[in-house]
Design a binder for this molecule. Structure first.
Ligand SMILES: Cc1cc2nc3c(=O)[nH]c(=O)nc-3n(C[C@H](O)[C@H](O)[C@H](O)COP(=O)(O)OP(=O)(O)OC[C@H]3O[C@@H](n4cnc5c(N)ncnc54)[C@H](O)[C@@H]3O)c2cc1C
Length: 468
């Protein structure tokens, strides 16, 4: 008889685990524990006998066999955000969209400081008693972890973006033993895991009445941190206090740096634009992210990202894009504007879509190609909303190459964790990706011009016929 937990069989063994750890919480026989894998990700490992009840896969955001009522973010949103008044295919259920920043938290935050502001207001206005977000780890062997904040001063040390693997594995058990209610900050798949847990255990809805969503372009392995440190000649074992988004307020918002201290506590930093494109290439990214089509953290009460948009990106102090999805979230924003705590513009939908253009293109338009490739490799994949898109061969080749770059970056770093050697070995695959992307862009531009020309000719013929 197969005694492997379902989540290991269908998710972890198909390289679909994102490390949220909800399966560890849900397992009634305590058979699972989160451990670091060989590629710098946190995944569940079997430590006890499993009773095979399958709860573990029911709460997994990448479960290849979800129940129909929670098949995708669309179905789940109907359950957990029943009162949102608007819906858009690409961003889910919502109330309003804004761009702006918090006057108090902007400079101490990664973007416009809205995440810290919302957490502080939730505590201040007693919507919740505690917040779980990311702080420096208390135990060795990791840099960051989920931790509790119950005051504004606590929240300040929990601000800033951490491109580092974290897990919720013990968070929900801690919450079970806590007095009062809790809000949790999380990226899309973690928020989905919490919504699935709330669906299977309704008492969690009362205990966790608010979720703060962080818009996510992909989860990076701990190798990403090691690589950036190695660029500054700091060895992995000596990395201290990595900071992923050090602002340069005299420059643009996307001109940020990575910094960390070495063994002698000396801080070094490197501009990310010198390092090169770490996001569009898929370097050091989790495989599961290639099978996520939730670009805007659709299941949170509020979703927060970066306003990579003109004119906002020109201000190095940072600006958020904000999607409110529940009444509480919408009221917090409105009140913040009224009190002059927040400087916000209502953002037209098309501008918001443009701010996440690259992510939509990759995760929605390219999904069908990646699913086809995975299925050809006999790998299970979760059902996706964008798996039927028709794709051109050039775009499929871009997707295939990106998947190879992603896998290769992890394999190469595992073998030899040295930035110079890594850059050399990744040169060819990255050049090929650049070349294929260029062809795709050119063909797309050509198709666009051709369609416009055909349209123009059609219009002229039509108006001539009309005149006759
Ligand atoms: C892995 C990752 C990828 C991202 N990709 C994109 C993207 O493609 N496009 C985009 O627009 N924005 C992206 N962001 C979001 C962006 O970096 C900012 O976090 C967001 O705009 C909020 O900024 P802020 O100034 O309001 O946050 P702050 O006020 O600085 O607060 C940040 C909050 O996020 C929490 N946090 C930090 N790291 C994590 C983490 N790993 N998991 C969960 N919570 C965390 C902190 O504890 C804090 O509560 C990403 C964030 C992460 C963590």
């Amino acid at each position: 008889m197969n005694t492997t937990p379902k989540v290991i069989d269908s998710v972890v063994n198909n390289n679909l685990c994102i490390g949220c750890g909800m399966c560890v919480y849900k397992c009634p026989s305590n058979a699972l524990e989160m451990q670091w894998n060989e590629h710098g990700f946190l995944i569940p490992k079997v430590i006890e006998n499993c009773d095979l009840n399958g709860d573990c896969s029911d709460v997994c955001p990448f479960n290849p066999f979800p129940k129909d009522e929670v098949k995708s973010e669309d179905e789940l949103a109907k359950i957990c955000l029943p009162n949102s008044t608007q819906f858009h295919k690409k961003i889910g259920k919502f109330e309003r969209i804004y761009a702006g920043y918090s006057n108090e938290f902007r400079l101490s935050s990664s973007s416009g400081g809205l995440a810290t502001y919302i957490c502080a207001e939730l505590l201040e206005k007693k919507h919740v008693d505690h917040i779980f977000s990311i702080k420096e780890a208390s135990k060795p062997g990791t840099h960051y972890e989920y931790a509790i904040s119950s005051s504004k001063s606590d929240l300040l040390i929990a601000s800033k973006t951490r491109y580092f693997p974290v897990t919720l594995a013990t968070v929900l058990s801690e919450i079970d033993n806590l007095e009062g209610t809790v809000a949790i900050v999380g990226i899309g798949c973690f928020i989905k895991a919490i919504r699935l847990a709330q669906h299977s255990e309704p008492k969690l809805k009362e205990k966790i009445p608010f979720l703060i969503g962080i818009i996510c372009g992909g989860v990076k392995s701990s190798f990403f941190t090691e690589y950036l440190a190695s660029k500054m000649d700091i060895e992995a074992s000596n990395i201290q206090k990595p900071q992923f988004r050090k602002k340069d307020i005299t420059s643009t918002a996307n001109d940020y740096s990575f910094s960390c201290s070495d063994a002698d506590n000396e801080e070094k930093s490197i501009k990310m634009r010198i390092v090169g494109d770490m996001w569009g290439t898929g370097l050091f990214k989790a495989n599961a992210c290639d099978f996520c089509d939730d670009v805007t953290t659709e299941l949170a009460d509020i979703s927060l990202g970066d306003a990579w948009l003109d004119p906002y990106y020109k201000d190095g102090k940072g600006t958020n894009v904000v999607v409110t999805r529940s009444l509480v979230a919408e009221n917090l924003i409105k009140e913040g504007i009224r009190n002059n705590d927040l400087a916000m513009d209502l953002l037209p939908l098309e501008n918001f879509l443009a701010s996440q253009q690259g992510s939509f293109n990759h995760r929605h338009n390219g999904m069908a190609a990646r699913i086809e490739i995975a299925k050809n490799n006999k790998q299970l994949v979760p059902p996706k909303r964008y798996e039927q898109e028709k794709l051109t061969i050039d775009f499929k080749l871009v997707q295939k190459q990106r998947m190879q770059v992603r896998a290769r970056s992890l394999a190469i770093w595992k073998k030899n964790p040295d930035a110079k050697s890594f850059d050399k070995q990744m040169e060819k695959p990255l050049d090929r990706l650049k070349f294929l992307t260029k062809i795709y862009h050119k063909r797309r531009r050509f198709t666009h011009l051709k369609n416009r020309l055909i349209e123009e000719i059609g219009k002229r013929i039509f108006s001539k016929n009309k005149m006759k």
